[in-house]
Design a binder for this molecule. Structure first.
Ligand code: DX5
Ligand code: ZN
Length: 249
């Protein structure tokens, strides 16, 4: 289970120190929300901020979430700024295929995001090319919103497609055998990330539905003791990990 605090909820005057705080608190990834004021009705920060934050959290995996209408002009600047993964939205339509290849060509991991109103079927043609599927659990653009429970069946569907891909032999050999390990070292076809309104309660619901990567802004950065908050969320996730359920009998 991956826990990714979202820097959008941190004090913008101290983004570097806040990223360092997340690393020391035991976070796995740092989630970076990039908003252009067009794809979503808000503006956040650009490659220069990501580059400035990078030295403060050298060990964290930088998960860059592009909520932008013209991501093609931003891929290289964010790759150079220190992104480890770049996520684009399936709502961009026809250009998604070429964006996926451009991100791969930059040697970065690829994420594909789907908004609450968008049918999950929209991502199906791309599932074998991506490293992570991001099921948005709020309408993108702002932190601090309430979790949309109608998104839970989309997580279950994504989990079912992943199991089917796995059973058909998908998933390159290599380190980090996935949940459905059959003794042969195989990676998960793709991770399932949730983002928006994630706290201990909704994280538990998402884990039960099949998610394995959890973005949380308000629930983590607004806590004085972030280490305790992350430890608590990790415990709850382990207690709600459906693949461990049979180990508990
Ligand atoms: C919303 C962003 C989220 C947001 C999460 O568009 O993609 O990453 O920052 O913040 P919380 O956890 O406060 O909902
Ligand atoms: Zn996000």
């Amino acid at each position: 289970m991956i826990i990714a605090p979202s820097l959008l909820a941190a004090n913008p005057a101290r983004f570097g120190q806040e990223a360092g705080r997340a690393e020391r608190a035991g976070a796995d990834w740092l989630h970076l929300d990039i908003m252009d004021g067009q794809f979503v009705p808000n503006i956040s920060f650009g490659p220069a901020v990501v580059a400035a934050v990078r030295p403060h959290a050298k060990k964290l995996f930088f998960d860059v979430h592009l909520m932008c209408s013209k991501p093609e002009i931003l891929l290289e600047p964010f790759a150079e700024a220190g992104a480890d993964q770049i996520t684009v939205h399936v709502e961009l339509g026809e250009q998604v295929e070429s964006l996926i290849w451009k991100i791969k060509k930059l040697g970065k991991k690829v994420g594909l995001a789907v908004n609450p109103p968008t049918a999950i079927a929209a991502v199906q043609p791309h599932l074998e090319q991506i490293d992570m599927l991001l099921v948005m659990t709020v309408n993108p653009g702002f932190g601090g919103q309430s979790f949309i429970h109608e998104c839970l069946p989309k997580i279950q569907q994504a989990g079912a497609w992943r199991r089917a891909l796995w059973n058909n032999g998908a998933g390159a050999s290599g380190s980090g055998a996935g949940r459905y390990s059959t003794g042969r070292e195989r990676k998960l076809p793709y991770r399932i990330e949730v983002d928006g309104g994630i706290n201990d309660q909704t994280a538990a619901e998402c884990a039960h539905a099949g998610a394995d990567t959890f973005v949380a802004g308000t629930a983590l950065f607004r806590r004085r003791n972030m280490a305790a908050a992350i430890k608590q969320m990790r415990k709850i996730l382990q207690d709600n990990d459906p693949t461990l359920a049979d180990l508990k009998v």
